[in-house]
Design a protein around this ligand. Structure first.
Ligand code: HEC
Length: 148
């Protein structure tokens, strides 16, 4: 191998490495993660807890507490928590209103329960939280969208 091709090979490897560590991005945030054969049921699974200041406060305490969500999704919900920064794909950015419009609460619950295959989002019900706690957290996650 000539000097130039060796140099180019090394540069490409360095670029690829830095892209996977630093440049991680969300993967298709608008595309549902629920498998097609379970999507209708997931969408029909309604949040039994209406969004209210009380539910949102409960959800915040769980998100920043035993749910451990903030480690990856960030305290401000942007997906850039300490552990989230090194994940590829990146954790969901909950400040993205377009994402919220595309998803029913039941689809979010499905992911919190089953995880998103092949990503850092693992199943957290019942490992960390109960289903009822997850519905409160979902109300809190929705509140990160401030605009339209
Ligand atoms: C170890 C890191 C990590 C932790 C902890 C974590 N998440 Fe995630 N989460 C992710 C990643 C990564 C994704 C993106 C998965 C993908 O792109 O499919 C994600 C995606 C999501 C989504 C989006 C699902 C969708 O439909 O696109 C929801 C909702 C979610 N997480 C909720 C939570 C909740 C609630 C908690 C805490 C109880 C939590 N996550 C904790 C890493 C994490």
């Amino acid at each position: 191998m000539g000097y130039l091709s060796k140099f180019l090979g090394i540069s490409a490897a360095v670029l690829l490495l830095s892209a996977s560590v630093v440049g991680a991005e969300e993967k298709d945030p608008l595309k549902t993660r629920v498998p097609a054969d379970q999507l209708a049921d997931a969408k029909a699974n309604k949040n039994p807890i209406a969004s209210s200041p009380e539910s949102i406060a409960k959800g915040k305490a769980l998100y920043e507490g035993k749910g451990t969500c903030f480690n990856c999704h960030g305290k401000n919900g942007d997906g850039q928590g300490e552990a989230g920064k090194i994940l590829n794909p990146s954790p969901r950015d909950f400040t993205n209103c377009k994402f919220h419009k595309k998803r029913k609460d039941g689809e979010l619950l499905w992911i919190i329960k089953n995880g998103s295959a092949g990503t850092g989002m693992v199943s957290l019900i019942p490992a960390a939280i109960t289903e009822e706690e997850a519905w409160n957290i979902i109300n809190y996650e929705r509140s990160f969208c401030k605009g339209e």
